[in-house]
Ligand binder design. Structure first.
Ligand SMILES: [Zn+2]
Length: 467
């Protein structure tokens, strides 16, 4: 049994119990890989049904004449999700085949697919994703109404931006009405209409003559939001919602709108790529879907509570350990599966892993940092780095590293140990910088209540450095 520090670090929390947030990280993705990653991210996101618990990872392996899809979920893939994925891919294949015939250059989406084709496909998407969509929508409670009123007041009457804001609010009201009609009646003919409304809102916000003005208006009403936020919102958790469902201070209208549009944006990307001559073969080639069963691991950690950064008893409590059972996060599950396929079944390695949210620090560090670093150290025939998206910077527990010990007989070195050690080095380094930064900012506060914390942090720091 290897030393339990890697998993223990991933089970750390703030001294008040909150999540430790390290800097976000985004890998460089080669231009060629970007559309494939978009497909994988879209398929993973459109698998999500339950907004509270579903986290999907979809790995794509493309060859000249086939597409293999590995799909995993944190708690296992239900049969109905597999059926849904099959249905989506078969529809996309029909659309791709139909569009392939005449056009030489990438046609605008509007020309290559008919309005009803788009809305019908959107309806299939929405039917499965509706609970997630409704969850994003129901943030329109009293706090939302208050926020809208305040924005209107700030923007004033008769201004162009005020008019744009009102247009968006009207659109959202219409979408809300239709969504609740579907929720109440479950009539399927409502869904293409709902998709059409979402699509129209997306056009106004991202692709119309009003777009520059709207962008300016959103920047004004949500100051401090980076441009990246709109992209992140498609893949992120509901971090602006408190445990009791109320909106956290600083509720972002931009984020709200983009979360609502996320399903439509991913759907649109799939449709656009399905009719693009460069990518049409992804969808027209035969597809094989493999659902990865849950992988449970029994891991040893230093007990969670005594490992909180800033707890003075940190070092002495390192004496005790406990065993816990943990399921691999979906992305690590498919990651391990891809390595097995490459080494044991000699499947060609061109891989991309898409995930329905940003990755936690543990998973991201294994896949996007440690694994590529080890492949630079050793040339292993059949293994290449895997294209993925970024990390949300959070330590998310329960967490376990993948078990790659099977690989040693194929690669001739202890891949499992090297991945663990390299991942641990990266995470420990990030935690040290975090603790140092916290210690400095606490000192800077000069708050008498915080006076004891720098000591506790330096304790945590020294114990991290000793290991
Ligand atoms: Zn993870």
């Amino acid at each position: 049994m290897s030393a339990p520090l890697l998993e223990s670090y991933c089970h750390l929390s703030e001294d008040h119990g909150g999540t430790i947030a390290l800097p976000r990280d985004t890998p460089v993705v080669r231009d060629f890989d970007k559309p494939i990653l978009e497909v994988a991210n879209a398929l993973a996101t459109l698998c999500v049904h339950d907004p509270q618990s579903d986290v999907y990872a979809v790995a794509l392996r493309l060859t000249g004449d086939s597409l293999k899809i590995y799909v995993a979920e944190n708690n296992g893939v239900p049969e109905k999700t597999k059926n849904h994925l099959e249905k989506l891919l078969s529809k996309l294949s029909q659309i791709a085949t139909a569009s392939q015939s005449a056009l030489e250059n990438t046609p605008p989406l509007e020309d290559a697919t008919t309005e009803s084709q788009k809305n019908d496909f959107g309806a299939i998407v929405l039917k499965h994703s509706f609970p997630k969509f409704l969850h994003s929508l129901t943030k329109r409670g009293t706090p939302w109404t208050k926020r809208v009123a305040r924005i209107k007041e700030d923007l004033g009457d008769g201004d162009d931006k005020a008019e744009m804001f009102q247009t968006i609010v009207n659109n959202l009201d219409a979408i809300d009405g239709i969504a609740h009609l579907y929720d109440d009646t479950q009539k399927e003919w409502i869904l293409p209409m709902l998709y059409k409304c979402l699509s129209e809102l997306d056009t106004v916000i991202r692709r119309s003559s009003a777009t520059p003005l709207i962008t300016e208006m959103l920047k004004m009403i949500d100051p401090g939001d980076e441009d990246a936020l709109t992209r992140l919102a498609e893949l992120e958790d509901d971090t602006d919602i408190n445990a009791d469902g109320t909106l956290r201070r600083g509720f972002s209208m931009t984020r709200f709108i983009y979360r609502l549009l996320a399903i439509e944006i991913h759907t649109r990307r799939l449709l656009r790529l399905a009719v693009s001559p460069s990518f049409v073969k992804i969808f027209t080639n035969p597809v094989e879907i493999e659902c990865c069963p849950l992988r449970e691991r029994s891991i040893t950690i230093y007990p969670h509570n005594s490992l909180k950064l800033g707890t003075p008893g940190l070092v002495s409590s390192f004496e005790t350990t406990k065993e816990v059972k943990v399921s691999l996060h979906a992305e690590l599950n498919v990651f391990q599966r891809l390595l097995e396929a490459a080494l044991m079944k000699k499947e060609q390695p061109y891989w991309v892993i898409g995930i329905s949210k940003l990755m936690c620090v543990g998973c991201y560090t294994v896949i996007a940092k440690a694994f590529p670093a080890i492949l630079q150290r050793h040339t292993v025939h059949g293994l290449t780095p895997i294209t993925v998206q970024g990390s949300d910077g959070k330590l998310s527990s329960p967490w376990a590293a993948p078990d790659l010990s099977f690989a040693e007989q194929y690669v001739g070195f202890d891949l499992n140990l090297e991945v663990r050690e390299c991942t641990e080095k990266f995470i420990r380094g990030a935690l040290c910088r975090y603790a140092e930064h916290r210690s400095l900012s606490n000192k800077a506060e000069q708050n008498p209540h915080h006076n004891r914390i720098p000591d506790a942090y330096s304790l945590a720091l020294s114990s991290l450095r000793k290991t």
